[in-house]
Design a protein around this ligand. Structure first.
Ligand SMILES: Nc1ncnc2c1ncn2[C@@H]1O[C@H](COP(=O)(O)OP(=O)(O)OP(=O)(O)O)[C@@H](O)[C@H]1O
Ligand SMILES: Nc1ncnc2c1ncn2[C@@H]1O[C@H](COP(=O)(O)OP(=O)(O)OP(=O)(O)O)[C@@H](O)[C@H]1O
Ligand SMILES: [Mg+2]
Ligand SMILES: [Mg+2]
Lengths: 223, 223
């Protein structure tokens, strides 16, 4: 589903260069759940943003469905993100002037076969918070709205950056169950960045990043 | 150091009332490291914000150094926060137009006996990121700047909301070591909200919150 080859990302800051990705070769297979691990600053979010068409690589190629995302224009990338990708951001990115339900609805209204917002929010345990604004929600509740928004559009690809970082283990398990169910029932190709070792148990594949490179790939025989 | 009694916090949303805190009785003792655990939405951040003078309780009392924070005026609270409290927010709250070093310097410039910003940032492993702006930092790097800012002023009280949520275990351990060192070397009264079980091992006291109440207090005989 994804074939990334030699992906580099360089940030230029005045005279300095930060090599966030130093040549990533990566495959994501249809219907699989892949977990991405790595130290703080190792390039995980940068890589996920590129796979999701939110950022562009400096070099290399990322092939999805016959297209190279690295060479795609803005219009193509926008359509790709809208029609194919559900994204959970490390910083949630909720619209502060909209309620939880409205934040999810904004995304489902332009989707082809979405879940009702209430159903997605119930999957993450927020049926009692539908009309709260982000400022009226705890950290973990805001994170769960972001997850509901990503899964409600039933995307072909689900990319999650730290979906359980702000959650206690009980709530985190509930959220992982929702992600794992989307992956299993819809065949959604799923990639999850996490520091939570529990998620590794449900993964088909675990990719370890280190200093902008793939250090190791483990394949689980769980299915 | 802190004596909280019957603390309540009610949020009013139109017709509805959310009872975020339903009568908290709590003691924090000088020089101790207290960990606060509890499910997402159980009231941890709300309680910490009240202890830090960032929010006001609806009822009850919070005594610190002979003052009741619940009845203090804004001027008293501002001086209390500035002179006594170092706060690590769940959402980091960095100033996006300032670099990492400047974000820390803003706080040390008005402190009585601060660390140099560079030293605080080195304690959390960010000596290589001093001139980056928040938008040029990874999630975990932003979180570590927020921690450096809180410890640099060598506060009498250190309140941390999820200081290691976005960090891998190796970086998280480095950050906890910095917090634990401030607590031990300076005698800083420290309260840490976390979902990370590792921190429990270094705590003198563990407080479990559930639905806005204290469910359980464990005392460790570690020192
Ligand atoms: N401004 C507000 N208006 C209405 N309800 C609020 C407001 N702020 C918080 N709440 C509610 O109060 C409850 C407690 O929130 P709090 O942020 O203290 O939880 P928490 O224990 O820190 O959770 P988490 O682990 O998810 O960060 C939550 O159920 C939340 O929905
Ligand atoms: N806009 C930018 N300009 C300069 N450097 C950047 C920029 N964005 C990220 N970086 C740097 O690139 C590196 C990789 O960042 P990235 O956000 O991908 O890390 P991460 O693996 O997601 O870390 P974390 O676990 O802390 O979220 C970091 O060292 C960071 O400082
Ligand atoms: Mg990241
Ligand atoms: Mg919180």
């Amino acid at each position: 589903v994804f074939h990334a080859e030699g992906v580099t990302k360089v940030y230029r800051m005045g005279e300095m260069e930060i090599h966030a990705l130093r040549g990533i070769d990566l495959e994501l297979y249809a219907g699989e759940l892949t977990v991405m691990l790595g130290a703080s600053g190792s390039g995980k979010s940068t890589l996920l943003n590129i796979l999701g068409g939110l950022d562009s690589a400096t070099g290399g190629s990322v092939r999805y469905g016959g297209q190279d995302l690295v060479r795609a224009d803005d219009q193509t990338l926008t359509a790709y993100r809208r029609d194919h990708v559900g994204f959970v951001f490390q910083f949630y990115n909720l619209i502060s002037s909209l309620t939880a339900r409205e934040n999810v609805a904004v995304v489902t209204e332009i989707a082809r076969d979405p879940m009702p917002p209430e159903e997605a929010l119930a999957l993450v345990g927020l049926e009692g918070r539908l009309d709260h604004f982000p400022s009226q929600l705890s950290g973990g509740e805001q994170q769960r709205v972001a997850i509901a928004r990503a899964i409600a559009k039933r995307p072909a690809v689900l990319l999650c950056d730290e979906p359980t970082g702000a959650l206690d283990s009980k709530t985190g398990v509930q959220v992982l169950a929702a992600i794992e169910r989307i992956n299993r029932e819809l065949g959604t190709t799923t990639a999850v960045i996490t520091h939570n070792a529990v998620i590794g148990g449900m993964a088909d594949r675990v990719i370890h990043l280190s200093d902008g490179r793939v250090a190791q790939v483990e394949v689980n025989q769980r299915r």
